[in-house]
Design a protein around this ligand. Structure first.
Ligand SMILES: Cc1cc2nc3c(=O)[nH]c(=O)nc-3n(C[C@H](O)[C@H](O)[C@H](O)COP(=O)(O)OP(=O)(O)OC[C@H]3O[C@@H](n4cnc5c(N)ncnc54)[C@H](O)[C@@H]3O)c2cc1C
Length: 479
C-alpha cells in the first residue's frame, strides 16, 4: 500500500494549485493527485469533428482530466475591484478566510496564471463612464450589475496553460494517477486514513471488488461539480456533515453579437443579478461568451448539460451566456442535486439524449420550435447537435417564470435582449453538492479530511477554485 502526506481526489484547478503551492512551501511532502480523467494533452472532445456528443467513455473529456472543467472552459478569470468591500463572484471562500485575504489569494493565483502564459490584458477596466450608464439603467429595472476585471484565457489557451502546469507539477515530484477513480474513503474513528481506488472504467460497477487502498495522512476532496453526486453518496455513507445546498437551474441563451455589442466591448462579461417577482429567486447571467460557441458536457455518463465557451482566435457571430435560477430546498425535501438531475433527465428525454433548443418567440406563443423554423431563424445555433423542441415541458413553472421575467427586464437595459429569434438551450444546471460543513481551514467533520473547490460548494469558478487550493496547501503545511 502506498503512503502519502497529502492525497487529493481530483486534478482540477483547485487540486493543481494546491499541489503547486505545496512545491513552493515544502518539496519534501509526498503529494498524490488521483484523477478519473486523462492527461490534459490527451483530452479531446469529438463534438468538434462529429458535430454531436458521443458521450465519451469512461469519462466526459470536457469535465474530467487534468485541470478538470477548466481545460475546455472559456478561461475567464474573475478578479476583484480594489475598492469593493465584498467578493461578489466565484463562491464563498471569503466567508472562511476574510475578504482581504481572499483578495491576496486572487492576486497570488493571478500571478501564477500569468507565469504560465495567461494574457496580460484585463477586460472590464476601461469604459468606466459607459459601464456606469448601463449600471444606472439596470438599477431602474431592479437589476444589479456587478463589474469586475476579467482575464480571458480563451479555450485553446486554457488547454495549453494547464498543460504547462501539469508538466511543472510532475517535473517537481507530484505524482498524478490518471484514469483512476476514487471509489470510497477509508475512515476510522472519524479520522481519514486513505482512499480506495480503481480503474476509471469500473467507476460505476457495483460488483467490482479489486479496489486498492492508498494511505494518506491528509485527504483533500477536490472533485468539482462533476464529483458532486459522488460526494453526496460519501457524505451519506460516512456521516460527513453537510448543510442544505443550492442548485442553479436555467438555460444557455444565445443571441447576436450585435445586440450584446456594448456589454462585450465594455465588460466582456456582464454579470446581471435580479430577484424577479413573484418568487424573488436569485436569477443571474453567468459565463458570457462573446462571439462564442454553445457546447455540451456529460455528467455521470448519462446526463447531458449545456454550457458555452469562446476561443481567442475562432469566432462566431453570436454571444452566449447562462441565465441561472438558484433554488434551495428545505424540509421535507433537501436534495437539490436530485431535483436538478430529474429536471435534466426529463429535458434530455425530450431531446432524445441531446440538448433541446427553442426560440424565445415560440415560448411566448406557447409552442415548440420545429427544425424547419430553426433553419430559417435569424439567430443560427452554434450547437449543431441541439434538437429543436420545447424546454417548457421540463423546466418547472417557477424556473421558467423567473427566466422570462428576467429576460423582459434585461430587454429594457439591453435593447434586443428579448428578441423572438433569440435561442434558449436547456438544461444548463450547476450542481454544487449539498454544501459540505467545513472549518475555516476547510476541514470537514472528519479529522484530516478537507473539501475545496466547486464540489463541496466552497467556490464557483476557476479563480476561486485555484485560490482555495493555494490556501489549503498553506493550511496543511503549517499544521
Ligand atoms: C464549459 C465550461 C466553461 C467554463 N467557463 C468558466 C469560465 O470562463 N470562468 C470560470 O471562472 N469558470 C468557468 N467554468 C467553471 C470552472 O471550470 C470550475 O469552476 C473549476 O474548474 C472548478 O475547479 P475544481 O477544481 O473545483 O473542480 P473541477 O475543475 O471540476 O475538477 C474536479 C476533477 O475531479 C475529478 N473527480 C471527480 N470525482 C472524482 C473521483 N471520485 N475520483 C477521481 N477523480 C474525480 C473530475 O474528473 C475533475 O477532473 C467553466 C466550466 C465549464 C464546464
Amino acid at each position: 500500500m502506498e503512503n502519502y502526506d497529502i492525497v487529493v481526489v481530483g486534478a482540477g484547478p483547485s487540486a493543481a494549485f494546491l499541489a503547486y503551492e505545496v512545491i513552493q512551501l515544502d518539496k519534501t511532502k509526498k503529494v498524490l493527485l488521483i484523477e478519473q480523467g486523462k492527461k490534459v494533452e490527451e483530452r479531446y472532445c469529438p463534438i468538434e469533428k462529429l458535430g454531436k456528443c458521443t458521450k465519451c467513455k469512461p469519462m466526459c473529456n470536457i469535465t474530467c482530466g487534468f485541470s478538470g472543467a477548466g481545460a475546455f472552459s472559456d478561461g475567464k478569470l474573475s478578479l476583484y475591484n480594489k475598492e469593493d468591500d465584498d467578493i461578489y463572484i466565484g463562491g464563498v471562500l471569503h466567508e472562511y478566510v476574510g475578504v482581504e485575504e481572499t483578495k491576496k489569494l486572487i492576486d497570488y493565483a493571478d500571478q501564477i496564471y500569468l507565469k504560465f502564459g495567461a494574457d496580460t490584458k484585463l477586460e472590464g477596466v476601461s469604459y468606466k463612464e459607459e459601464i456606469k450608464k448601463i449600471y444606472d439603467k439596470a438599477k431602474k429595472e431592479d437589476i444589479n450589475l456587478v463589474n469586475i476585471p476579467i482575464r480571458h484565457l480563451g479555450t485553446e489557451k486554457s488547454h495549453e496553460l494547464y498543460g504547462k502546469i501539469e508538466k511543472y507539477l510532475i517535473d517537481n515530484g507530484v505524482k498524478i494517477l490518471f484514469e483512476t477513480t476514487v471509489s470510497d474513503l477509508v475512515i476510522e474513528n472519524n479520522e481519514i486514513k486513505g482512499v480506495k481506488i480503481r480503474p476509471a472504467k469500473y467507476a460505476e460497477e457495483e460488483e467490482y471488488n479489486n479496489d486498492e487502498t492508498i494511505i494518506g495522512k491528509k485527504v483533500v476532496l477536490a472533485v468539482g461539480r462533476k464529483g458532486a453526486n459522488w460526494l453526496v453518496k460519501m457524505c451519506d455513507k460516512h456521516n460527513i456533515k453537510t448543510t442544505a445546498g443550492t442548485v442553479d437551474i436555467g438555460v444557455r441563451y444565445e443571441l447576436p453579437d450585435k445586440i450584446m455589442e456594448n456589454i462585450n466591448k465594455y465588460m466582456y462579461e456582464g454579470k446581471f443579478i435580479a430577484r424577479p417577482y413573484p418568487f424573488r429567486d436569485k436569477v443571474r447571467t453567468f459565463c458570457q461568451n462573446p462571439s462564442g460557441f454553445v457546447s455540451t458536457e456529460v455528467y455521470d455518463n448519462n446526463i447531458t448539460l449545456v454550457n458555452g465557451h469562446s476561443y481567442k482566435e475562432r469566432k462566431s457571430n453570436n454571444t452566449n451566456l447562462a441565465i441561472l435560477v438558484s433554488h434551495n430546498f428545505e424540509y421535507p425535501f433537501d436534495r437539490p442535486i436530485e431535483y436538478g438531475r430529474n429536471v435534466a433527465k426529463n429535458l434530455n428525454a425530450l431531446g432524445n439524449g441531446n440538448i433541446v433548443v427553442q426560440r424565445l418567440g415560440d415560448i411566448y406563443r406557447g409552442k415548440r420550435t420545429w427544425d424547419e423554423e430553426l433553419k430559417r431563424n435569424s439567430v443560427v445555433p452554434t450547437l449543431k447537435s441541439a434538437v429543436a423542441g420545447d424546454i417548457t415541458f421540463a423546466l418547472g413553472y417557477r424556473t421558467m417564470t423567473d427566466i422570462l421575467k428576467f429576460i423582459s427586464a434585461l430587454d429594457k437595459v439591453i435593447e434586443g435582449f428579448a428578441n423572438p429569434d433569440n435561442l434558449l438551450y436547456g438544461p444548463e444546471i450547476k450542481f454544487y453538492s449539498n454544501k459540505i460543513a467545513i472549518s475555516n481551514e476547510f476541514e470537514t467533520s472528519v479529522k484530516n479530511l478537507y473539501s475545496i473547490g466547486d464540489g463541496g460548494g466552497l467556490t464557483r469558478g476557476l479563480m476561486m477554485a485555484s485560490a482555495s487550493g493555494i490556501q489549503t496547501a498553506r493550511n496543511l503545511i503549517e499544521r
